[in-house]
Design a protein around this ligand. Sequence first.
Ligand code: ZN
Length: 488
Amino acid sequence: MDGLALPTMSNVKETVGLTSHMTENAFAPVSDANPNVCLANYSLSIGQEFADVDTCRKTLKDIAIALHFEIRIVKSDRSRFIAKCSKEGCPWRVHVAKCPGVPTFTIRTLHGEHTCEGVQNLHHQQASVGWVARSVESRVKDNPQYKPKEILQDIRDQHGVAVSYMQAWRGKERSMAALHGTYEEGYKLIPAYCEQIKKTNPGSIASVVATGQDNSFQRLFVSYRAAIYGFINACRPLLELDRVQLKGKYLGILFCASAVDANDALFPLAIAIVDVESDENWMWFMSELRKLLGVNTDSMPRLTILSERTTGMVQAVETHFPNAFHGFCLRFISENFRDTFKNSKLVNIFWNAVYALTTVEFENKISEMVQISQEVLSWFHHFDPQLWAVAYFEGVRYGHFTIAVTEILYDWALECHELPIVQMMEHIRHQLTSWFNDRRHMAMRWTSILALPPKSGLQKQLQMLAVIKYSGQMKLNLKSCLVKGQTL
Ligand SMILES: [Zn+2]
């Protein structure tokens, strides 16, 4: 506790003039348990100065709440601030006046003794939304997920004051706005934000689309140069496509197209926020993606795109990436199968069918399923095996059957849903920068030109290949080796 001079209760009584008939409990600050609160902050004395009238008002409010009495403001204008204890007959009163020529205010007169019993319940007139906002600001800054329910409980524990859920909610909103600006201000900043991205990170794409007479926000698309360059030069031609609903005040949907890097980690290529999930917005997203890749994909092997294949996604991929193999995410397809048939035996055979390496093996599995339920045939008709079964899928999945980007999108939605749009994009950018930087450091420690983290499965596979190749049994092309579905 060195350097933090906590006065004893008797000192506090002297400085604020508590009368002897009051019990210590009645006015004892309930924040005793909090070592960050210095009781000396609650003392008042003649000649004491405040930077301005606003600071004076806030300080008196804090003192009233901490010492459990309510104040009534008698006068508050440019030159003076006069407040008294709100209890009838209590002489406590303070008169603060502006010093000439400077914004400073100083206490001129102080009747610092209460004869009242103070506030005897948990409600306090000075515990306004503004006070709640100030009280929680540092915690909201550290944790934007700080919930109104937690706020009202913490305020009760720390200050002995009850605030309503609505007050806590509004207090947090105000605090968030003070820290990050409001949601509404955030949307207005988007055009300037896009310009900054392009200016400070040349080669990046950042565009915003507004709509209607009121020019309201419709779409934002961002792809950083590092991601574009990395995808074109160092990633396999595979993209995962997904979206997540945002839960912020203005909702919206977060779209993402993510590649997978040489070490099998997700490598988000493009991010968009759109007002709704619609066919039109998917068409626009894939069109922007096509534009940014431009002619660069011409020399790449054919692209494989994995997604849930909603109608909007399918149309957009077919329009802008007509040569790409667009397969189903196996998690989606298997969950659909499981939920449709609710039969664990069928599901087991289904998985065998998924991984069957030949069409004959696949057809055998289908026959097994049909013996259990004829209805699987219509399901298979609806979900064409060419879009998901290893034996039929013509594209190369590079060992990726389910899309992993979904999880990242859910994390971002959860971490950012309290933030205005620009802060949300900045949170995502920080995360991408941090990932890319960590990976760069990791890759610099590798000694091979291939991404070969120690003890990786890839390393073992390569050793195995070397043995086979050495024995002269097979001629292998590194890019299309091993069995189908396990291509490097
Ligand atoms: Zn009083």
